[in-house]
Every structure is written in structure tokens, then in C-alpha cells.
Design a protein around this ligand. Structure first.
Ligand code: NAG
Ligand code: NAG
Ligand code: NAG
Ligand code: NAG
Ligand code: NAG
Ligand code: NAG
Length: 394
């Protein structure tokens, strides 16, 4: 799926860009520096880390968590903190299930309240995830008023049937939290609607406790299409729109060599994606990212539009667009980081060229005892934008 080395090198030569490995990726972690595979948490025993998530706090602190499997007993989300741009990390708590007795099984989400809501002050940390058992799936909301040291249960956001990815079953999955217009928005994947094998929807709450109706974000007419795994970002002026990325498998079909092609929709409001047309990310009519995407935006990149950066589940590379989401302007660039199931990426606040890529294991590697750690890689986005697809391969 990657361009052959010679072709890539020739391509790079034509553009006058360097294929040499940047020194920055080999340095030891310095605060707010660039570094590769800096361990946040080393798994042991049968543990695997996948599905990293984070909250970027207003003061520059990062709180990061992930799905931890194989730890034995009910699932929980270990919470880590960095106050120096990902160079050093400390575990500050575990977010545990306080109400269902099912554990917080997988698919964490974190956010910071940027304004008072429901009696919780600005600066409250919100946590969610999927709590499941043979009796159902529950997306629950927790809050911490002491910077993620302790947590309390706030509300059940949504509930579905037992975990089962077969069309016709009715579970829910994969919450994504965002504060917007004085409400908390919880996006998630929803198999409860008999019209759709799976769709993407959201609910909003003005007080963190009462939740409004299920509003569709992405629901394809084709029943077998299973859009999944919402992540949302804002694209400022001159685009001034919101982008939602998702995977879109349809049975066993494949597109540009992938079975879970990554699609995106754009809209003026993050509460009104429902009418937007889904478009696949395809590079040079040839390569497409596969599964569990993440999206961020940076002002870096050298065009008035800044850069949309998308990550997928299977590749070390990132997918970038410096033309406001123009479907013909997607590029693929190498990074020194590894592929991770639902690999979160982050642009560090105040450092538009600092792209943080979270490390862990791929879906297929989960449970094999590889012990790939939970890690943080910070690369220079401007440098990444000059790299050919295999520019960092060893
Ligand atoms: C998190 O839970 C694990 C397993 O029970 C425990 O070993 C660890 O000490 C806990 N960490 C914190 C910060 O509570
Ligand atoms: C599932 O529900 C049944 C019936 O209410 C109950 O007996 C059982 O303990 C529940 N199991 C779990 C894991 O919640
Ligand atoms: C999963 O859902 C399908 C479709 O409803 C159903 O046929 C199957 O029995 C379910 N599997 C389990 C283990 O519940
Ligand atoms: C997918 O492929 C498997 C194995 O070839 C087949 O049994 C199954 O029916 C296919 N499913 C769909 C939805 O096409
Ligand atoms: C993209 O590739 C397909 C299949 O190789 C080809 O039919 C199509 O003409 C190509 N489109 C463009 C715009 O190059
Ligand atoms: C970083 O870790 C990944 C495994 O997640 C590995 O594939 C990659 O080669 C590592 N990068 C470097 C530069 O060592």
C-alpha cells in the first residue's frame, strides 16, 4: 500500500524535499521538545494499551488515558498527566465504574469543562467510556473537580444492548465528548435504530444530567453501512466549519484496498452534520486510510487554511489537507510513530507545529503480549509535511 522507496525518493527529489531522518526524532525528551516513543505507561502481564484519548486543559496540562485490556477484573481507565508537552508523565488516578458493576470496559473519552455547567465549575474534568456486560452497553459520564485525582458519577448518557457488532443487535459504542454552545455534546456510534446497521448520533445536555433526544450525525441509506468512531474538530476562518471523521465499513467490501475506509463530513454547526455528504479520504486516487480515525487542526502548514491532520488505525503515516478539506488535496506523510488502534493525535496548545501522536498496540496485536507501551511521540508538523510516505521507515 505504500509507494515503493525509489518512487518516493524520486518524488521527493522532484519536490526538492529531504528524505534524511531528522535529528529531532532521535533526541531524548525535553519539555515541549520533539521526541519519539516516550513511554507514558509500560504494560505488563497480559495487558494491552489501545484507543488512547486525551484532554488538553486550558493551562497547557495534558490528561491522557487509553483502553487497558488484559488487566484482569473490571475494566478501568488509568489517567496520566503531563505538564511539559508530553516529555514527562505521572499517573494521577484510575477512572472506575461506580454504578454498573460492569467496569469501564473500553473506549474512553476525556474533556475539560470550559465553562460552569450543572453546578460544576469551569476546569472540571469530564470522563466517559463504554461500560458493558452481557446485560448491556452504557455510556456514562463522570466528573472530577480536582484535576482528575478523584472522580464522581454524574449521569447515564445512553444505554444499548449487550456488546455485539452484528447488524441487528442494538448496542452503543465509542463516545466522544465536546463542549459547544453552553452544552456538553456526547457523540457516539449507535446500533439501536432498525433502519441502520449502525449510525453516528449525538445527544446534548445543558446541565450534564438531563440528555436531549438522539440526533443523527451520519446515517447512510444503505443499511449495511456501519459508520463508526466519531471524532470532531473545528476548522477556523477562512473555512469556519466543523469536520467529523469516521470509518465506513460495508460488509466485506473494500475501497482503495481498505475495508474500513475513513470518511469525513463538514458542516457549519457540530450539531448539524446530518445533511452533510460523506466523502472518503483518498490520496492520489490510490491510497486510503483504514479504520478508527482521529482528526485535529493546526494553523501551521503554510496556507491560509492551516492543516487538517487525520490518523488511522493501521499506519505510521498521517493524512493531511492544507486546503480546507478539498477532497482532491489529501496527502500522506511518514511519521516515526507506530500504528495504533484508534490512534489519537493532538496539536499542542500554543505550539501549532507540535503534533503529538499517542502510541500503543494495533487491534490485531491486542492480547499477543507484545507489551508495546502507551507512549507519546511529538513531531514537527512542518517537517512531517515534507516527508514522503516511508520517510521514517527503518
Ligand atoms: C489503578 O489500579 C491498578 C489496579 O488495581 C492499581 O495497581 C494502581 O495502583 C491504581 N492506580 C491509581 C493511581 O489509583
Ligand atoms: C444481568 O441481569 C440479571 C437479571 O437482572 C442479573 O441477575 C445479573 O446479575 C446481571 N449481570 C450483570 C453482570 O450485571
Ligand atoms: C448478535 O446479534 C445478532 C443479530 O441480532 C444475533 O443473531 C446474535 O445471536 C447475537 N449474538 C450474541 C452472542 O448475542
Ligand atoms: C464476508 O465474507 C465471509 C467469508 O468469505 C462470508 O462468509 C460472509 O458472508 C461475507 N459477509 C458479507 C456481509 O458479505
Ligand atoms: C482512479 O483510479 C481508477 C481505477 O484505477 C480509475 O478508473 C480512475 O480513472 C482514476 N481517477 C482519476 C481521477 O485518476
Ligand atoms: C516507535 O514504536 C513503534 C511501535 O509502536 C515502532 O514501530 C517504531 O519503529 C518506533 N519508532 C522508532 C523511531 O523507534
Amino acid at each position: 500500500m505504500l509507494l515503493p522507496l525509489l518512487k518516493a525518493a524520486a518524488f521527493a527529489a522532484v519536490l526538492g524535499i529531504s528524505t534524511a531522518k531528522p535529528l529531532s526524532s532521535r533526541q531524548k525528551p525535553e519539555p515541549w521538545g520533539f521526541f519519539t516513543n516516550n513511554t507514558i505507561y509500560q504494560t505488563t502481564g497480559r495487558e494491552s494499551i489501545t484507543y488512547p484519548r486525551y484532554a488538553a486543559l486550558g493551562d497547557g496540562t495534558i490528561l491522557a488515558t487509553a483502553s487497558l485490556s488484559g488487566q484482569g477484573g473490571p475494566g478501568y481507565f488509568p489517567i496520566f498527566e503531563s505538564t511539559d508537552g508530553g516529555a514527562s508523565w505521572a499517573q494521577v488516578s484510575n477512572l472506575t465504574d461506580a454504578v454498573n458493576g460492569w467496569g469501564l470496559s473500553a473506549q474512553p473519552a476525556l474533556a475539560e469543562l470550559t465553562e460552569e455547567m450543572g453546578g460544576y465549575p469551569a476546569g472540571t474534568i469530564l470522563g466517559s467510556g463504554n461500560s458493558w456486560s452481557n446485560n448491556g452497553t452504557r455510556i456514562d459520564l463522570y466528573a472530577s473537580t480536582d484535576r482528575a485525582r478523584t472522580w464522581e458519577f454524574v449521569s447515564h448518557i445512553a444505554e444499548g444492548g449487550r456488546p455485539n457488532t452484528t447488524n441487528g443487535a442494538d448496542p452503543i459504542w465509542e463516545p466522544y465528548l465536546m463542549v459547544y454552545d453552553h452544552q456538553l455534546v456526547c457523540y457516539y456510534s449507535d446500533q439501536r435504530d432498525p433502519l441502520h446497521g449502525q449510525k453516528l448520533a449525538h445527544q446534548t445536555s445543558p446541565d450534564l444530567r438531563t440528555w436531549g433526544p438522539v440526533v443523527n450525525d451520519v446515517a447512510y441509506d444503505l443499511y449495511e453501512a456501519r459508520p463508526g468512531m466519531t471524532v470532531v474538530a473545528y476548522l477556523p476562518d477562512p473555512v469556519d466549519q466543523w469536520i467529523l471523521v469516521h470509518e465506513r465499513p460495508i460488509g466485506n467490501s473494500s475501497s482503495h484496498g481498505v475495508h474500513y475506509p475513513v470518511y469525513y463530513v463538514m458542516a457549519d454547526s457540530p450539531l448539524e452534520f446530518g445533511q452533510a455528504v460523506g466523502r472518503p479520504i483518498v490520496v492520489n486516487n490510490q491510497t486510503a486510510p483504514n479504520a478508527s480515525p482521529y482528526v485535529v487542526w493546526s494553523s501551521a502548514g503554510g496556507t491560509p487554511y492551516g492543516t487538517i491532520v487525520v490518523s488511522d488505525a493501521d499506519r505510521r503515516q498521517v493524512y493531511t489537507n492544507r486546503y480546507g478539506g478539498d477532497p482532491d488535496r489529501w496527502e500522506e506523510h511518514g511519521t516515526p510513530a507506530g500504528a495504533v488502534y484508534s490512534r489519537a493525535i493532538q496539536i499542542l496548545e500554543g505550539y501549532p507545529d507540535h503534533l503529538l501522536i499517542y502510541g500503543g498496540e494495533t487491534f490485531d496485536d491486542m492480547g499477543l503480549g507484545l507489551h508495546t507501551p502507551f507512549s507519546a511521540t511529538v513531531v514537527d508538523l512542518e517537517e512531517v509535511l515534507t516527508m514522503p510516505v516511508d520517510g521514517y521507515d527503518d
